[in-house]
Design a protein. Structure first.
Length: 382
């Protein structure tokens, strides 16, 4: 992973260098008409453009809904409406027998084959049974030796059923702050929901992408939006954790999701979307405007795809800063390009045509890299 950073820095440097070249070219095409775009206080984005791209299919949502209302799985079973832990190998049990007002408690361990030995009974198979079911087994077996036996079984140590957590869990990242990090294995003690598991693992970090939590179960993966569970009360995504589940909270794609701020600002650059979630935050990262900036005609270029015209929005940053017109503070998306023009610049259509190569370099670097490699091959062959 560390070896990738120099390459990333090099790619970013190439992008910015090319951007500066294109912007110099654009500024040299100045005319006496200020650049125009669609004012953001008048624009009405279509619903499909405003909606976030879904990360789940309908089939996935149906499966998650079924997994959130189960009454039994490998870790628990509901007996008379009460969720009870399934006993397994290496668990430790406290078995109490009652004789009048006297109680005798014996601690027994479940062996590797899921068996226990107690009193007159040897090698009783208890793997997969709940404590109340083991009680009934023992009562039935002891009835041949004791009149009306009274038995109570409690699990003292839960060692057989567990789930694995990886990624941006606070307990796993504790070493970053000088504390001892957890192993990532969480012992299950009965019916445990996804939110329960996250709480047991110490919660998630500030870098967690909680909209794309990945649950891996029996060779299949499911994407879960924890934000919807917490903020919208979507309990149908709050799945019940099964034995041997793996839950991965990925890191926010800080490098993958980015915005570009170019033009008449102090520091042109590529900025992580999580730090530049709206126009004002992006401009703050880029520093102050230059004396040539026409901030009332700041542009946001969105949704560029090769061969298709992008949406160009014009924002009045001057009104945002001086008049607190919050309608101008557009919430940014991955790939947005914020451009602060000079006082005089060309027609919007010409500007889009001229900036298209720049958009391709920023948004489709793989295409540019392939083109560059092909050109080198052709040059060498010549």
């Amino acid at each position: 992973m560390e070896k990738c950073f120099p390459a990333r820095r090099k790619l970013t440097a190439i992008r910015l260098a090319l951007g500066a070249t294109f912007l110099f070219f654009l500024s040299s095409c100045s005319q006496n008409t200020a650049i125009l775009g669609t004012p953001v206080d008048k624009i009405q984005l279509p619903v499909e453009a405003r909606a976030e791209k879904p990360v789940q299919t309908e089939a996935t949502r149906e499966n998650l809904a079924k997994m959130s209302v189960v009454s039994a799985n490998g870790a628990f079973e509901e007996i008379a409406g009460i969720a009870e832990y399934r006993i397994g190998s290496h668990d430790v049990l406290d078995i109490s027998s009652f004789n009048g007002d006297k109680v005798k408690t014996t601690t027994v361990s479940v062996d590797g084959r899921g068996r226990i030995s107690y009193s007159f009974i040897d090698n009783l198979q208890v793997n997969g049974f709940t404590p109340s079911q083991v009680e009934q087994l023992l009562i039935a077996k002891l009835s041949g030796y004791v009149r009306n036996p009274r038995i109570n079984v409690l699990v003292k140590e839960f060692n057989s059923r567990s789930a694995m957590v990886i990624g941006e869990f606070s307990s796993l990242r504790a070493a970053t702050y000088g504390a001892k990090a957890a192993s990532g294995r969480i012992n299950l003690k009965g019916k445990t929901s996804l939110t329960d598991l996250i709480a047991l693992a110490g919660g998630y970090t500030v870098d967690a992408d909680i909209r794309r939590i990945i649950l891996m179960r029996k060779g299949k993966s499911y994407v879960i939006n924890l934000y919807d569970i917490m903020e919208k009360g979507d309990e149908f995504q709050n799945v019940i954790i099964d034995n041997d589940d793996v839950v991965n909270i990925p890191e926010l794609p800080t490098y993958g999701e980015r915005v570009y701020v170019l033009g008449e600002v102090a520091t042109q650059g590529v900025y992580p979307l999580k730090q530049a979630q709206d126009l004002l935050a992006a401009l703050a990262l880029a520093g102050s405007f230059t004396r040539l900036a026409k901030e009332e005609n700041t542009l946001i270029v969105r949704g560029y795809e090769p061969g298709k015209p992008p949406l160009v929005m014009m924002t009045d940053v001057d009104a945002l800063l001086r008049k607190a017109d919050l309608s101008q503070n557009v919430r940014l998306k991955d790939g947005d390009l914020v451009y602060v023009p000079r006082m005089l610049i060309g027609d919007i259509n010409d500007w889009i045509i001229n900036i298209t190569p720049l958009l391709e370099v920023f948004l489709y670097p793989g295409k540019y890299e392939a083109y560059y490699k092909n050109e080198r091959v052709l040059t060498i062959n010549k």
